[in-house]
Design a protein around this ligand. Structure first.
Ligand SMILES: [Fe+2]
Ligand SMILES: [Fe+2]
Length: 171
């Protein structure tokens, strides 16, 4: 039987190569020139603010409430929501470091801070994606009808579209 949650797995497959970019930029920090480093940080920040955080917002609005309902516990997804909050904090810290780099402030401390934030986000995102795919999606595959899954993904798409428009307006 095809999995009703395949659209979410596909979305994660599209996001994951860009998560690799975080590790690549962290690896190169301190070895590449300041212009190249700033370019990499810009790309990572654009991915997080423009794609990954809207994806998390869409999950908060349309996916996690369904998981809570299926599990029969309102707070079932609270630990995962806390991961999303942490991604937001680290992304804000990255935005601050990006401004300092743009101002030409590239000391050893900035480079160490940048690596910490990028590797921290990399690890957090990998385990977070794995938890959604390995724990939540099998539950939904077992419990949702195709029509319920379609309605859920339509709601996610609408929420992600709104969040992306808001992120764009905030630039
Ligand atoms: Fe998530
Ligand atoms: Fe996700």
């Amino acid at each position: 039987m095809p999995s009703v949650t395949q659209p979410l797995r596909d979305e994660h497959r599209e996001l994951l190569p860009q998560v690799e970019l975080l590790r690549e930029v962290a690896d190169a920090a301190g070895e590449s020139g300041p212009g190249e480093l700033l370019g990499g940080v810009d790309r990572v920040h654009a991915f997080l603010a423009g794609h990954l955080i809207p994806h998390a917002t869409a999950e908060e609005r349309a996916l996690y409430p369904v998981v809570n309902r299926v599990l029969g516990a309102e707070g079932a997804t609270a630990t995962m929501s806390r991961d999303h909050v942490e991604v937001g904090h680290l992304t804000e810290e990255l935005a601050g470091l990006r401004e300092r780099l743009a101002d030409g402030d590239v000391s050893g401390q900035e480079v160490r801070d940048l690596r910490r934030v990028l590797y921290g986000l990399y690890a957090l995102l990998h385990v977070h994606f794995a938890k959604e795919e390995e724990v939540y999606l099998p539950l939904l595959d077992a419990r949702l009808s195709a029509a319920e899954a379609t309605a859920m993904f339509e709601a996610m798409e609408a929420a992600a579209g709104e969040a992306k428009a808001a992120a764009h307006a905030g630039h």
